[in-house]
Design a protein around this ligand. Structure first.
Ligand SMILES: [Zn+2]
Length: 354
């Protein structure tokens, strides 16, 4: 049985342990301690990822383990979180995030496992990972050594909205870092200069951003250029991205943007560097996929009809899927994440634990 009081107490306790991205050690040690108390064998690696292995009960020796994951880091402002319980919800005091992204996932796993262990139910072996630095670009997941893991299917508890969502598809994400180098001069003697900012602006004006098609988006988020009003800028750095749930569309959109920049810079005397880095790779599941069916069945059993979603965001699931563990993401109830108005309905947290 899920113990609602314990769920809330655990959440309140863990929320008060500072765990901004890159500084998850204290929270990692505390959750590892809780997992050991439930009978799991635990490890913490140099990135502060917590791995835990819990033997199954009442199942065959060779029963396939289930992989469970949530992340321990929170986005800023995340130091000194003071969770407040009111009206059936938990929120921060308004000066920080709540950290329910993804403490809700962490607490749901801890409570779910505790309830299983206390029950007389059968369960398969569990391989649990609480990752660090998810918010910095899935850093913990990418760095985790999976050699001790044998699970082939898993669930990531890290999506917003009421319990019941199953994420079926997520995009591939390309990071664009573009540098244009021109030639500086005094603005009053522009002869021979090459204005890198003007070239960048011309290229950006010809580039499509926002939603490109059903599966794809593009954005330019940062432009850095210039020294002074009266100096022709000789260097521009542009930081952008392209995402698509379809590999071929991603290639096409990325190439189209590069061609615009190439063409615009050509013949101007400027040099361009166009760097594309893969942040993570896409995945897509059919509803008939075994892990999707398992999760849907579990949701129906607790009276939550599954909702199937496609996301334009990434999560640790992109890394696990790329590493060969078929992993879907499910919602755990948190709302308005990455803001100081973040909140978590307690009833949703209890359902997630179930
Ligand atoms: Zn998250």
């Amino acid at each position: 049985m899920i113990n609602e009081r314990r769920v809330v107490e655990t959440f309140l306790e863990l929320a008060q342990i500072d765990s901004p991205s890159g500084d998850e050690q204290a929270l990692a040690e505390r959750v590892a301690e809780k997992l050991r108390a439930l009978g799991a064998r635990t490890q913490i690696d140099a990135l502060f990822n917590v791995s835990a292995f819990l033997p199954g009960r009442g199942v065959k020796q060779n029963a396939k383990p289930l992989f469970l994951n949530a992340h321990t880091d929170h986005v800023a402002p995340a130091r000194g979180i003071k969770p407040v319980v009111a009206g059936g919800q938990i929120a921060s005091d308004g000066t920080t995030v709540l950290g329910a992204d993804d403490l809700a996932g962490v607490v749901a796993i801890l409570e779910g496992v505790a309830a299983l262990v206390e029950s007389d139910k059968k369960f398969v072996p569990l391989e649990i990972v609480f990752t660090a630095q998810e918010e910095l670009g899935l850093v913990g997941a990418k760095g985790l050594d999976l050699k001790n893991f044998t699970a082939k299917e898993g669930v990531v508890l890290d999506s917003g909205g009421p319990v019941g969502a199953i994420v079926l598809a997520s995009p591939t994400h390309n990071l664009l870092d573009i540098t244009i180098r021109g030639k500086a001069s005094h603005s009053a003697r522009p002869e021979g200069s090459v204005n890198a900012l003007k070239i960048a602006a011309d290229a950006l004006a010809k580039t499509k951003v926002g939603r490109l098609d059903r599966d794809s988006t593009a954005n330019f988020g940062i432009v850095r250029a210039g020294q002074a009003r009266n100096v022709v800028p000789d260097k521009v750095e542009i930081v952008g991205e392209v995402r698509s749930r379809q590999a071929r569309k991603l290639e096409r959109h990325t190439r189209a943007i590069k061609q615009v920049f190439d063409k615009t810079a050509r013949g101007t005397g400027a040099k361009m560097e166009f760097r594309v880095t893969r942040a993570y790779n896409r995945y897509e599941f059919k509803k008939s996929e075994r892990i999707v069916q398992r999760v849907a069945k579990a949701l129906k059993q607790i009276g939550c009809p599954p909702r199937y979603e496609m996301t334009m965001g990434g999560s640790d699931a992109n890394v696990w899927n790329a590493k060969g563990i078929k992993t879907v993401v499910v919602s755990v109830g948190y709302e308005q994440i990455h803001t100081t108005s973040e909140y978590l309905p307690i009833a949703e947290l209890v359902k997630a634990a179930e």
